[in-house]
Design a protein around this ligand. Structure first.
Ligand SMILES: C[S@@+](CC[C@H](N)C(=O)[O-])C[C@H]1O[C@@H](n2cnc3c(N)ncnc32)[C@H](O)[C@@H]1O
Ligand SMILES: [Zn+2]
Length: 310
């Protein structure tokens, strides 16, 4: 069984996925623009942020956004574009289970279209709790296991497994998000109650729930066209967000934990820590960091720190 959905193995270019999905892309940005309009802070983390598809939604709200992704190839390929479009944004290659940051660093964080690749959800949320500041904002998107189409399908088959709260592993697909049929893959759908419990257990309080992509269907796209869909989507988002109808749900959450308020560090090096043991890093050269505690070495590759550990 694999641990991480490694997009680099198959050279999967995620930006291509979005070429014919204007409706889905703008539906998500509509939710995030609304959420981030009311947020502000210094350090911000886009976990599994890939090529920065969503950076426009949080860039104005936070002083120092970081895009973290396990796919170093994606970060290298898109770094010029991201840095030109969003000056000041930092790119870091790392594993969401073991993030290379000091505790109590972030004022805000976001995870969209990534949790389906996160099998050890408890490990991830513990790690997230560690790096977030007391009172900070965390936005979690997840693929909803009990969306309306899935419910109708299950009822027709008289199969009621869908209503169990445990995660549902999607069947293997070819060419989908870096997976190939003959290989193991990680692609889960989650029950809203499962995600709520996880968040609560790790001190994240849900402030507001937003539904998204209500009309996600190739047939509807053919009949209505994307402009009409987007118009209808906005109405559905503002009227039906309390339901579990849509395939994708966004949760605006706030974490409450112990933690002292301190000085805000202003450069990347001062918020970094060893991803393995969380020890202090010594920056020996501009492109080499060594952990004081476990002596692990980390390198910058094509100007991007590679802190990936498993
Ligand atoms: C479907 S893409 C979503 C990208 C972006 N959040 C968006 O919505 O446009 C999933 C991303 O998560 C990254 N990813 C998967 N597992 C990861 C992990 N354990 N740690 C860090 N990144 C991970 C992949 O490399 C990929 O770039
Ligand atoms: Zn270490």
């Amino acid at each position: 069984m694999i641990d991480i959905a490694e997009y680099d193995i198959f050279d999967y270019d995620y930006s291509k996925y979005w070429e014919n999905r204007r409706y889905e892309n703008l539906a998500e940005k509509n939710v995030l623009n609304k959420i981030f309009l009311k947020k502000a802070g210094y350090w911000f983390l886009d976990i599994g942020g890939s090529y920065g598809r969503l950076t426009s939604t949080y860039y104005e709200s936070y002083n120092k956004p970081i895009i973290l992704d396990y796919s170093l190839k994606t970060l290298i390929k898109n770094k010029e574009y991201i840095k030109a479009k969003y000056p000041g944004v930092e790119l870091v290659a790392a594993n969401a289970y073991k993030m290379p940051f000091k505790k109590d660093t972030f004022d805000g964080a976001l995870m969209v279209r990534v949790i389906h690749h996160i099998e050890k959800t408890d490990t991830y949320f513990k790690e997230l709790n560690r790096i977030m500041k007391n009172g900070s904002s965390y936005i979690q998107e997840f693929p909803n296991k009990i969306h309306i189409k899935a419910v109708l399908r299950s009822l027709l088959k008289l199969n009621f497994d869908l209503f169990k709260e445990d995660p549902y592993l999607q069947p293997k697909a070819t060419g989908s998000e870096g997976s190939k049929k003959q290989y193991d893959h990680i692609f889960y759908n989650y029950h809203p109650k499962y995600i709520s419990r996880l968040l609560k257990k790790n001190n994240f309080k849900i402030l507001k729930k937003y539904g998204c992509s209500y009309l996600r269907s190739p047939l509807i796209k053919k009949i209505l066209g994307e402009d009409v869909m987007l118009f209808a989507e906005k109405i559905l988002q503002s009227t039906l967000s309390w339901t579990n109808i849509p395939p994708s749900i966004f949760l605006d959450t706030k974490i409450t934990k112990k933690g002292k308020k301190g000085e805000i560090p202003h450069n990347l090096i001062s918020v970094l820590a060893c991803p393995s043991c969380k020890g202090n890093l010594l920056f020996k050269r501009e492109d080499l960091a060594i952990c004081e505690k476990c002596s692990k070495e980390f390198h910058k590759k094509e100007e991007i720190w590679d802190f990936r550990v498993n």
